[in-house]
Design a protein around this ligand. Structure first.
Ligand SMILES: [Zn+2]
Length: 252
């Protein structure tokens, strides 16, 4: 969360960060401008600039400001236990490969959308009250083959547990996909999405407007899952972020 205090009254504040566009919202209680942003797991450690542009209707020229932030290397756990997953997920048939490709296309079409208006407000809440069974960034091994890092947060819940929206938004996807199983994606605006995987049942439809805490579906073990659990992910303008960090942010 970037928080900016401006020395002058602004009508709007925008910024760029790692090639992304940021739109700041004004929080009158703290008199600060805020925007959510993130860093990909693949970002090379270094110093990166946040470039700000403030607009005032009374002035023709905008106010600009630049500040650099260090991005440092983080350590993530390696899970050495072998997970047994059905062969259809590690060695799919041509028909299954076609279903996988269809899923890739749908995700490419939907998950990179950036709607301009912010829909979330206040703190993000956990989608279930349960123990965490796997954290973001861990390295996992399926049938002896190392997979890409775990880009979400797993909650240990049995099938049939209600799954709640982490914040206000609009249902972007609510349909079954090959790996994700029954899959719900909420668009919170400005490129921030939350994703809920492996559900046994849907309680919302695409296009529904949802409130924080609203039931989206019931947990399950559909798609590529070793058993019933809830996998949630946070995606910001095409980059997966750590959901536990979003849940910790004291957002106004
Ligand atoms: Zn997971």
């Amino acid at each position: 969360m970037f928080q900016v205090k401006s020395p002058a009254k602004l009508d709007s504040l925008s910024g760029t960060w790692l090639g992304h566009q940021l739109t700041f919202s004004y929080n009158s209680a703290s008199k600060t401008w805020i925007a959510l942003a993130g860093v990909s797991l693949e970002t090379t450690p270094g110093k990166y600039a946040l470039e700000l542009t403030g607009h005032r209707s009374a002035l023709n020229s905008p106010l600009t400001f630049t500040r650099t932030f260090p991005v440092t290397r983080a350590k993530y756990p390696v899970i050495k236990v072998e997970l047994k997953v059905e062969k259809k997920f590690t060695e799919p048939t041509p028909e299954q490969t076609a279903q996988i490709e269809e899923g890739v296309k749908i995700k490419h079409d939907y998950l990179n959308r950036v709607t301009p208006e912010r829909e979330w407000s206040g703190k993000f809440v956990a989608p279930a009250h349960a123990e965490i069974s796997d954290v973001f960034g861990s390295q996992r091994i399926f049938n002896g083959k190392t997979q890409s890092p775990h880009l979400g947060l797993d909650f240990r819940v049995p099938t049939g547990t209600p799954v709640a929206a982490m914040n206000d938004g609009t249902v972007l996807l609510a349909r079954p996909l090959y790996y994700e199983g029954n899959f719900v994606v909420i668009d919170h605006g400005q490129g921030l999405l939350t994703l809920y995987l492996h559900l046994s049942e849907f309680k919302v439809r695409e296009g529904d407007v949802v409130k924080r805490g609203q039931e989206l579906g019931l947990s399950g073990g559909t798609g590529r899952a070793t058993g019933p659990h809830l996998h949630v992910a946070v995606r910001w303008q095409g980059t997966y972020l750590d959901p536990s960090r979003l849940l910790q942010l004291p957002l106004p």
